[in-house]
Design a protein around this ligand. Structure first.
Ligand code: DQA
Length: 146
């Protein structure tokens, strides 16, 4: 049976493709979902997508994933740099967690250099554009097949 991967996107990522395309590119979140679904099929993974501009919604999604998902891919957006609550929620999840940033946060403002989520993440991908999501998925495919 296919294993479920919960893909979570935080604030402002609903505007992907329209928002600062010079930083985040022209692909939309729907394009990302479609690429992940297609790749997931080849890896035996089913992808569930969630996006919220609200911290509590993301936390509720992580709690639900405890019961349903084998792994999490999360781009917490700006909550990356501020949210102990999302870190705490991720610490309740037992499977692998991968943190994705479309841009290279380390090349940007210093407030983007620190990530609370990295204290939990099993791997971090930054600066690979929207391809970062499928790279994370490939790694989950490898880990979950073991
Ligand atoms: C981001 C980087 C964050 O610093 C920013 O707040 C975002 C997107 C990225 O994907 O590069 O919203 O997580």
């Amino acid at each position: 049976m296919a294993q479920l991967i919960q893909i979570i996107n935080g604030p402002n990522l609903n505007l992907l493709g329209k928002r600062q395309p010079e930083i985040y590119g022209h692909e939309t979140l729907e394009d990302v979902a479609s690429a992940c679904t297609t790749l997931g099929e080849t890896l035996g993974l089913t992808c569930a997508f969630f996006q919220s501009n609200h911290e509590g919604g993301i936390i509720d999604c992580i709690h639900a994933a405890r019961e349903t998902a084998a792994g999490i891919v999360i781009n917490p957006g700006a909550f990356t740099h501020t949210s102990v609550a999302i870190l705490d929620a991720l610490n309740t999840f037992e499977g692998p967690v991968f943190e994705v940033h479309i841009s290279n946060v380390h090349k940007r403002e210093s407030f983007r250099h620190h990530s609370y989520v990295s204290l939990r993440a099993d791997g971090v991908i930054a600066g690979f554009g929207t391809e970062g999501y499928t790279l994370a998925l490939r790694r989950l495919g490898t880990l979950l097949a073991q």
